[in-house]
Design a protein. Structure first.
Length: 276
């Protein structure tokens, strides 16, 4: 029986973080995995670092490189061409997976045969300092997308047949930094089922530069993808109002306001830790 996990990762200018990301895979308690990583024409030292890891782990790491900068959806589709595992997991080049992440996700899928995909909660961090935990809905449905995303994209583990059925990621201008939204709408349109482990098994790096990348064009792309997804899932027309208002509000919100809110979340998290 094929129990291998194929981890797909797209990288771009991750030289400061990629070692931590890959080392967190090497430290997994579940050992039957391969990493397929596609570099998107990084202009820093990312590719050289990836080559070092490939030389050290030639039987575990497949290294690809785009001919030109083509964004994440394209890179992940390139990775999917080389998948040999029964399971497929996501991972980003600037984040860290908890050592028991894969073991717990594989166990969950084996014990829940009706589930096609499992995500986890994730915890924000910056410069080694932990912040708040992002909890998804434990049992999302096709209607969860009305108000929020059903899964934290980088935390997911699914089966190869899911990606095969969906045809991978949609490569289009509207899915730039919204490829996960598009994937979830098509996931539910194909009557797949997913669930989440409400434990932070993934640590997502979020600093000021990450927040600044959420520009108006990025939010508008996500908005367009949302409207197309609402139509795909036959949502009633009145449900289109909320994402429209949110897109306008978030676009007008200054970056400084978001940073202040993040610091406030961190203070609340630290206060809760002390009280516990």
């Amino acid at each position: 029986m094929n129990n291998k996990i194929s981890v797909i990762m797209g990288t771009y200018n991750c030289s400061d973080t990629i070692k931590d990301a890959i080392n967190s895979l090497i430290q997994q308690t579940y050992k039957d995995w391969e990493l397929i990583v596609c570099d998107d024409c990084s202009i820093d030292n990312t590719y050289a670092i990836l080559e070092e890891f490939r030389r050290e782990y030639p039987d575990r790491i497949i290294l690809l490189k785009n001919k030109e900068n083509s964004r994440l959806a394209f890179s992940l589709n390139e990775c999917l061409k080389y998948v040999t595992g029964h399971f497929v997991a996501r991972m980003d080049g600037d984040d860290v997976s908890a050592p028991e992440r894969f073991e717990k996700q594989v166990r969950f899928l084996r014990e829940n045969k009706n589930i096609d995909l499992v995500g986890t909660a994730m915890q924000r961090f910056d410069s080694g300092v932990l912040a708040d935990i992002i909890y998804p809905v434990e049992h999302p449905t096709r209607y969860t997308l009305r108000n929020r995303i059903p899964f934290n994209h980088a935390t997911i583990m699914t089966y190869k047949y899911v990606y095969d059925t969906l045809g991978g990621y949609t490569v289009a201008k509207r899915t730039m930094r919204a490829q996960d939204y598009d994937l979830w709408f098509r996931f539910y349109h194909n009557d797949f089922n997913g669930s989440n482990i409400l434990e932070p098994l993934y640590y997502v790096r979020e600093n000021e530069s990450a927040i600044k990348r959420r520009t108006f064009s990025v939010r508008f792309n996500a908005y367009k993808t949302t409207l197309i997804g609402f139509h795909l899932l036959n949502y009633p027309i009145q449900w289109y109002i909320r994402p429209t208002i949110l897109m306008i509000f978030k676009s007008l919100l200054p970056v400084k306001a978001v940073l202040i809110y993040r610091k406030f979340q961190h203070l609340i998290y630290e206060s809760k830790k002390k009280n516990n």
